[in-house]
Design a binder for this molecule. Structure first.
Ligand SMILES: [Mn+2]
Length: 371
């Protein structure tokens, strides 16, 4: 039996943090397309059930078009069962309330444990249990979970796992309290990257992460987890399927020994090539290192050099300026006088002095001043 575990799709995220309006709209549509593509993948691969472990929508404020596309994707695949836990972003509740007629293959969880039987053999079953955490159930949720040790038990929840039971928040899930509960696979939502680990004595917990990275805090692979359980032996495999249409990358480029924009451009280009970043992806280049005060560096120019190579490029300057004051001690020129004047100003920090000297040099050289 194949089961897809997905979560945190955050449909209708605005996507305007990095992208201009047109691309933000396009990217928003792509997240929905990836969800629909996942349902088609489920169909083509004979997947029995899809677990959506929360945060299907970004907020309760989603468009009717997105809602209808989700309902269509579900109801046009009646052979696949969808199990939906609402999560903590408020969108789930309004999604369910806005549906006039629930598709017959969409199953919901509530604030009490509910167990669905996915497969019933002669002696044992494959079960899926889930609950929506809230203030009222957060202290009883662990003691009220009862699973048969002879069954293969999947449990789904949405929240942040902690090593201990944090009694004061329904956003937390105590892993320690889920031990010895006969759980084989704990399908979690909330953390936006793939993560998994042991749940003793016999299970594993897993965050599948979101389907598409949305910002540079969601770099790397994104997709869902495919579980494949043998109904006879209950042996199973899990596979993370990288399914995102585009990926986000943060690339740190040390430009300490670069002196010109051409040097920097070459350095960035080489690193991006080494990383084999696809042209459809989004890239944040972070310039790092200690640069000489007269290093020619124009992030606007550099961004322009790469902007057509990728879907989106941002260059972030985190370099520090290294001023060697001894170079100017005996310099009789205007530059030397300027450096000595700034150096002697006790009201400035070392970083401020370096920035001022850099701007002054750019002005003296007739260059564009860039902070
Ligand atoms: Mn989320």
């Amino acid at each position: 039996m194949k089961i897809i575990h997905c979560a945190d799709i955050h449909l209708d995220s605005q996507m305007t943090a990095n992208l201009e309006r047109k691309k933000a709209r396009e990217r928003k549509r792509e997240i929905l397309d990836t969800f629909i593509r996942m349902v088609e993948y489920a169909d083509e691969n004979s997947v029995f059930a899809v677990i959506i472990a929360g945060d299907l929508f970004d907020t309760g404020n989603f468009s009717a078009g997105t809602r209808n596309s989700v309902i269509d994707a579900i109801s046009s695949h009646p052979g696949i069962r969808f199990y939906y836990i609402m999560g903590n972003h408020g969108g789930g509740d309004s999604f369910v309330r806005s549906i006039k007629e629930l598709p017959q293959n969409l199953f919901l969880f509530s604030r009490q444990w509910h167990t669905f039987i996915l497969y019933e053999g002669r002696r044992s079953k494959i079960t899926l249990s889930g609950i929506e955490l809230c203030k009222d159930n957060m202290n009883t949720v662990y003691s009220s979970l009862l699973l048969d040790p002879g069954d293969f038990n999947i449990v789904t929840m949405h929240g942040q796992i902690t090593a201990y039971q944090a009694k004061n928040s329904p956003d937390n899930i105590s892993l320690a309290d889920l031990r010895n509960k006969n759980i084989d696979y704990l399908a979690l939502g909330h953390v936006h990257e793939y993560r998994e680990g042991e749940l003793p004595p016999r299970g594993r917990y897993c965050y599948c992460g979101c389907l598409e990275g949305r910002g540079f805090d969601e770099c790397g692979s994104h997709g869902f987890v495919l579980l494949n359980i043998d109904e006879e032996s209950f042996s199973y495999t899990t596979q993370f399927v990288d399914f995102a249409n585009r990926h986000l990358h943060e690339v740190i480029v040390d430009i300490s020994d670069c002196r010109t924009n051409t040097d920097i451009r070459t350095r960035i280009a080489r690193l991006l090539c080494d990383r084999k970043i696809k042209s459809g992806d989004l890239v944040k280049v972070v310039l790092a290192g200690d640069i000489e005060v007269d290093c020619e560096k124009n992030t606007g120019y550099l961004t322009n050099q790469f902007k057509d190579d990728f879907y989106y490029v941002r260059i972030k300057d985190r370099t520090r300026i290294a001023v060697d004051y001894s170079d100017y001690e005996l310099d009789a020129s205007l530059k030397g006088e300027f450096v000595r004047l700034v150096k002697g100003d006790d009201s400035l920090s070392d970083d401020e002095k370096a920035q001022i000297i850099r701007c002054g040099f750019q002005a003296l050289n007739g260059e564009e001043i860039e902070l």
